[in-house]
Structures are given as C-alpha cells and as structure tokens.
Design a protein. Structure first.
Length: 297
C-alpha cells in the first residue's frame, strides 16, 4: 500500500470518528459511558471477525506464528484504547461535541513528545511553540478562562495521553508481523470486555436503555470501530505516527461540523479562535517537522 493511499484511509477514519462524536453524546440518553463503549467495541470486533480469521489462515499458510509478546502487545493497545475511549466518553456526556473534538486533538503534539521521552526520538523544534499554542488555544476554547471548563472538558483532556500512546504504538505493533486485522480485532475485544465488565459492575443498565441507545451504538460499533479503527491500524503500517496524528486530527473539524448540523451547537467567537489556533498548531508541528526526524514504520 502506498503512503498516499494510506493517508486517504486515515482521512476517511477521521471523517467517521468526527461524526461519531454526535452518536457518542446522544447514546448517553440510554446507557452509561462504560456500557456504551463496551458494547460498541464488541460489536466492532464481531464485524471484523471474518477478516481476522482469514488473516490468521493466511499467516498460518506462510508459517507465521503469533508469539506471546505479539499477543501481549495487542492486548496492551486494547487497554490504552479502552482508557482513552472511556475517559473521552465520560467527558462527552458533560461537554459539547465541538469542545470534545478540539480538546481530543490535543493528543497530537503529545505523540512526538512521547516519542522523545520513551524512544529518545528528538522532536522538531516546532513542537514547543505548537505546544504553547495549543495551551493558549485551550484557554480560549474555555472562554478565556479555565474556570469556565466543566468536568466533561477535563475528562476529555485526560484521555489525550492514552490516545497519544495508542497512535504512537499501534502502527509499530501491526507492522511487527504484518497482522493489522488481528491486532485490530484483539484490541477491540480487550477494550470491549474491559468496558462491558466495568459497566456491569458500576452502572445500572436496563434493556430499555440499551434499546434507546441501539441506533447510536450501531453507528459507533459498525462505523467508528468496525471500519474507522480498522482503517487506522491498516493504514498506520504505511505512514509515520506523527503524520498519521495530523491526518486523524482532522476529526475535530468533522466533529464541529456535525455538532453544528445535528445538534445546533455554536462556538462563541473567542472559542472559535481557540479551536482554530489548536488546529493550526497541530498542522504546523507536522508540516514543519522534517521526515527524517519522525519515526519510520
């Protein structure tokens, strides 16, 4: 697969994820964030199960075996995915779709920063002004004061560390033995089981509530998980994590557009300025970074 085609797949994933912010908020009318996350990821795993079995057969025909470290790495991605999604889902229930989209995108500058801390890959100098710009943009998005942020906003911000770690490592794990679908399937199952188990223990879930949330669960499970996250895993085998992060960050624009079209959300001018600044910094840190200074996959 060419890098250009991989980038197109990442943009499609971003479009799906951006519109899913609306479904994630509407789904909270029927079930809690844990159960919503768990059911939709188990549904997504079911969607790609035939592809995972096919890939496993192909690997067996070529004498490729998945060892314990491979399975543990894929399960680790599932844990990161679960933490990122659940924290974001909790936050979406208490903030606007537009705010959730822009704040989630703060994970993008964290990708090269984590690469520096963990893998000793020195980031481009543009990271630092971009990080400062994202901080200022977040301040403006809160209306010019952090005191106007509610609990939902801070939940979404807390999810960004786990999103960054996931983006940093998912391509590396998927490319290890050429198993993108099996990696996707494994992380979906782990995420789904963890969130569902926690939902059964901590949330009061009813059949009526599940029926109410079913349309949004189907949208989130079939499209966001089954297609969107699978496209991410497949495409990130052929592009750099930092490059993937900027393409995936376009979901914030799709989220803001979907929030405006379906929920009638509007950002105040100062909030819009903050969102634009965040997106500009995210684009800038990737455009200015030289290819040899970002991780090769």
């Amino acid at each position: 697969m060419s890098r250009g085609f991989a980038n197109v797949l990442l943009l499609i994933a971003a479009l799906i994820w951006g519109t899913t912010f609306v479904a994630q908020q509407l789904g909270m009318a029927g079930v809690g964030p844990l159960m919503f996350t768990g059911v939709r990821f188990l549904l997504g795993a079911l969607v790609i199960l035939p592809l995972a079995l096919r890939e496993r057969t192909r690997l067996a025909d070529h004498g490729v075996r998945l060892e314990r470290p491979d399975l543990l790495a894929a399960c680790g991605l599932g844990v990161l995915l679960c933490l990122g999604v659940v924290l974001q889902q909790i936050g979406i229930a208490g903030t606007s779709v537009s705010n959730a989209g822009f704040l989630t995108a703060l994970y993008v500058p964290l990708v090269p920063l984590l690469g520096w801390v963990i893998h000793r890959q020195v980031p481009h100098l543009s990271l630092w002004p971009a990080a400062l710009g994202c901080f200022v943009g977040t301040f403006l998005l809160g209306g010019g004061t952090f005191t106007d942020f509610n609990a939902g906003d801070f939940w979404v911000i807390s999810s960004t560390l786990f999103w960054a770690a996931h983006v940093l490592w998912v391509g590396r794990v998927a490319a290890r033995k050429g198993t993108p679908i099996l990696v996707a399937f494994t992380q979906f199952v782990v995420c789904g089981l963890l969130a569902t188990g926690a939902g059964l223990a901590l949330e009061a879930t009813t059949l009526t509530g599940l029926q109410t949330a079913l349309p949004t669960i189907l949208y989130g499970g079939l499209l966001s998980v089954g297609i969107g996250f699978t496209l991410q895993v497949v495409a990130q085998r052929h592009t750099r994590p930092a490059e993937a992060a900027i393409l995936l960050s376009s979901e914030v624009l799709f989220a803001a557009l979907a929030g405006a079209l379906y929920l009638g959300e509007r950002l105040a001018p100062i909030q819009l300025a903050g969102g634009v600044l965040i997106f500009a910094c995210i684009v800038g840190v990737q455009v200015l970074s030289k290819p040899h200074q970002t991780e090769q996959v």
